[in-house]
Ligand binder design. Structure first.
Ligand SMILES: [Zn+2]
Ligand SMILES: [Zn+2]
Length: 366
């Protein structure tokens, strides 16, 4: 398939402002986001195409190269677009229940064509931080959040005496103006639903929805990492007038550990060894992310910085038992406190080893 022009992809002109480019991208990304279109390849393609275009057109340097040389100016990878969308936080907003996120999931164009009437409920974002070691085995977390549910007073009907809206005659839209310049807009009496209530519910004032705080126990699977998302279907805001319920999307952040650090499924740990252990070799007990210890063998003549690999002691993949590896970096540490006796022994050792004060330079990478 031939690559489409980036301006065409975003539907903006060549002299669009950065703000217009951002708005255009956000609209397309929101309408085609994989979270709201699971398994929809066409939407995924549109999302990727728009993200790639935005990646280039939002970067003044890349934009200039593209404007001057077209795709050829960006190198073979088409501008270095990174797959995934962890870096688009300024587009989707962050923190708490984001308005941008809400409207992004609320449907509008994104669920066009689905078989429903009414207004779909907004999907909501929930930010959850878990401990590093909880990501190893998974964890159960209590969350508390506020969302719109069906009004308990009217069972979500909004009231009684529903009848066809007299303003628009049930079409939900009205014509304004006349002649060539008439415009169609959403009916202000029924807000586009085509019907009105003779006796709107006093509790929800006819919306059929009320706000409720809910507690949920959520199972966070083993292997999640910062940037992982969990979607709880139907736990967002309830839809109006028969529209589908939104989702609750949990954005995970995993806290750093003091000693372990993680790279994908692999985990790294630095362990100090003494100069004698480095010289003679040793067997050491080292903690793992499982909470236990493993025995590792340090070979004689080990240089500082050597990496030992322990297979299968890294993180599991989400929904898989396959685990990454653990890498132990050995750091040779000189003794901190040296007694007079030890000082003498080290001097004797230095003599015995024939150490020189004219060292030969060595390969920098070694
Ligand atoms: Zn109406
Ligand atoms: Zn009600």
């Amino acid at each position: 398939m031939a690559k489409r022009d980036y301006y065409e992809v975003l539907g903006v002109s060549k002299d669009a402002s950065p703000d217009e480019i951002k708005k255009a991208y956000r609209k397309i990304a929101m309408a085609n986001h994989p979270d709201t279109h699971p398994g929809d390849k066409a939407a995924e393609e549109r999302f990727k195409e728009a993200s790639e275009a935005y990646e280039v057109l939002s970067d003044p340097k890349k934009k200039q190269q593209y404007d001057t040389f077209g795709f050829g100016g960006l190198g073979s990878d088409g501008g270095g677009f990174q797959q995934g969308f962890a870096d688009f936080s300024d587009i989707f907003g962050s923190g708490g229940f984001s308005d941008i996120f809400g409207s992004f999931f609320s449907g509008g164009g994104s669920r066009r064509g689905a078989q429903y009437h009414g207004t779909p409920g907004q999907s909501l974002r929930y930010d959850l931080t878990i401990d590093f070691l909880d990501a190893v085995h998974g964890v159960k977390k209590e969350i508390s959040f506020s969302h719109k549910v069906k009004c308990s007073a009217c069972s979500g009907t909004g009231g009684t005496g529903r009848k066809t809206c007299p303003t628009c005659g049930g079409t939900g839209r009205i014509q304004q103006g006349g002649g060539f310049f008439s415009i169609t807009k959403t009916c202000p009496s029924c807000h586009g639903t085509g019907s009105i209530l003779e006796k709107p519910c006093a509790t929800c004032r006819g919306t059929g929805l009320e706000r409720k705080t809910e507690r949920l126990s959520v199972n966070i699977p083993a292997g999640v990492d910062t940037g992982s998302r969990l979607t709880l279907r139907g736990k967002g805001d309830a839809g109006e007038n028969g529209g589908p319920d939104g989702d609750l999307v949990i954005f995970i952040t995993v806290r750093d550990d003091k000693y372990f650090f993680r790279d994908g499924q692999d985990v790294y740990l630095q362990i100090p060894i003494s100069i004698t252990q480095a010289a003679l070799g040793a067997e050491l007990y080292v903690p793992t992310i499982d909470g236990g210890q493993i025995k590792v063998t340090v070979a004689p003549n080990t240089e500082s910085g050597r990496l030992l690999r322990v297979k299968g002691k890294g993180f599991p993949a989400v929904n898989s038992t396959e685990r990454g590896n653990m890498f132990i970096r050995l750091h040779v540490q000189t003794p901190k406190h040296i007694s007079l006796k030890a000082r003498k022994m080290l001097k004797d050792l230095s003599m015995e080893l024939g150490e020189t004060d004219h060292p030969e330079p060595m390969d920098y990478e070694a």
